[in-house]
Design a protein around this ligand. Structure first.
Ligand SMILES: *Cc1c(COP(=O)(O)O)cnc(C)c1O
Length: 416
């Protein structure tokens, strides 16, 4: 994000806190990422990063290659369907898929599942069999090794995600014998937000090598190979999405070497991304409510806190939040903590960050906030309304909405 857009009018019209997502920037990111990948590689948009249905819609409509959808709940299933994806476009993932949600996904036409254990595979198979269909399952792999840009090191750690790669060969017969489910290939997701292109390439190369070895050990010809992601994006700080200029060639070389049939779809190869596709489309606009000084520390108290953005900071992770320059060019001439309105000392957006001199009523804009915003926040904590979410395209507002939580008393089995 460079440059500044004046959000005063939008803030007046919709109130703050307010997320603004620029659909044109989403389309650009989608086109850039497809352009950085070999022609044949498919791309899943992880709805986890931003499940707004119209954001998800921007991943598939219009010109250019369309993303598919990666989901892991019935809420994300509904969002993907609302965005116009069909069951056939969807990959369903996650370590705790219940029978009920699997049945719902299968009924909606979802046939591709990532499975994280033998029993998870059996659950998928059982629900598919109930419906009289067969589910294609990707064995998610928790690799015993990972790569860094400089070396391959052993890092296999225990996880609820994926099969331990070292145990897969001995599970072969059990995995192939599950009714209602076929082993269609493998799914890897070893890395998020890679620090640079070299580490991304090293990780993908390592993954492709491991996938080929597993294919041999299992003696199954993979029909589908999801090699994961790791595409980076700035998060709540100024900066631009990385440009991946060497990735396309490096992936082609690695795939040619290990999966000679991949260009003809044997296997089909896919990547996944959340933050790269949506991160730089969004800005969070909040208002200064009050200012305060306490024992030498300055506080700027805003109307958005960890209930609106970066709820994970409430879990002990502090975001390196920065703010965009003010439209009048005011310098960042103070060090202050930007905090939210919640009754917890954990409600900090940025501790001792550079801020301009602000007054109550001033707008503060947090850049690159399009991924892991509203739905990654502690939105129910302390009962404030969710922020407005406004979509713009061509500089025009095309949609404005707000998530709402309501208590539903109509639950449970009827009392007879
Ligand atoms: C979270 C997640 C993603 C998206 O990660 P980003 O870092 O936002 O690209 C993709 N795939 C899986 C399996 C995930 O859990």
């Amino acid at each position: 994000m460079t440059g500044y857009t004046d959000y005063t009018d939008l803030a007046k019209q919709f109130g703050t806190p307010l997320y603004v997502y620029d659909i044109d920037r989403i389309r650009q990111a989608r086109s850039d990422l497809f352009g950085a990948l070999p022609e044949e590689v498919e791309l899943f948009f992880a709805l986890k990063a931003n499940p707004h249905p119209q954001v998800a819609r921007a991943m598939r409509d219009g010109t250019g290659k369309a993303c598919r959808a990666e989901i892991s709940s019935t809420g994300e299933l509904a969002a993907a369907l609302a965005a116009g994806f069909t069951g056939a476009d969807i990959l369903y993932t996650g370590p705790g898929k219940t029978g009920g949600e699997l049945a719902e996904a299968l009924a909606a036409g979802v046939r591709l599942f990532s499975v994280e254990s033998r029993t998870d595979l059996e659950h998928v198979g059982a629900e598919a069999e109930q419906l009289g269909v067969v589910a294609d399952c990707l064995i998610r792999v928790n690799s015993a090794t990972s790569s860094s840009s400089t070396s391959i090191r052993m890092t296999g750690v225990p996880s609820q995600f994926g099969f331990d790669s070292e145990n897969l060969p001995e599970l072969r017969d059990q995995l192939l014998g599950v009714r209602g489910a076929t082993v269609a290939g493998a799914h890897f997701f070893p890395l998020s937000n890679a620090k640079d292109e070299a580490s991304l390439i090293a990780e993908f190369t390592h993954t492709i090598t491991l996938a080929a070895r597993l294919q041999d050990e299992l003696g199954i010809a993979f029909r589908f190979l999801d090699i994961g992601g790791g595409f980076a994006a700035p998060y709540a700080v100024l900066g631009d999405r990385p440009v991946y200029s060497a990735l396309r060639e490096a992936l082609s070389v690695a795939l040619d070497k290990r999966f000679p049939g991949w260009r003809d779809g044997a296997p089909r190869v896919a990547c996944e991304s959340g933050r790269y596709l949506v991160g730089d489309s969004g800005q969070l606009i909040c208002s200064v409510v009050n200012l305060k000084e306490s024992r030498g520390r300055n506080y700027v108290i805003a109307d958005a806190g960890i209930n609106t953005f970066g709820g994970m900071s409430g879990l002990g992770r502090l975001l390196p939040v920065a703010v965009t320059p003010q439209p009048d060019g005011r310098a960042n001439d103070q060090v202050a903590s930007l905090v939210g309105p919640l009754c917890t000392p954990g409600d900090i957006l940025g501790r001792d960050i550079a801020l301009p001199t602000l007054s109550p009523g001033d707008l503060v804009v947090i850049p690159n906030a399009g991924a892991y915003g509203v739905t990654a926040s502690l939105s129910m904590f302390l009962g404030r309304p969710a922020p407005a979410e406004v979509l713009i395209s061509g500089g025009q507002v095309i949609s404005a909405s707000r998530l709402r939580q309501v208590r539903d008393y109509q639950i449970g089995a009827p009392v007879s």
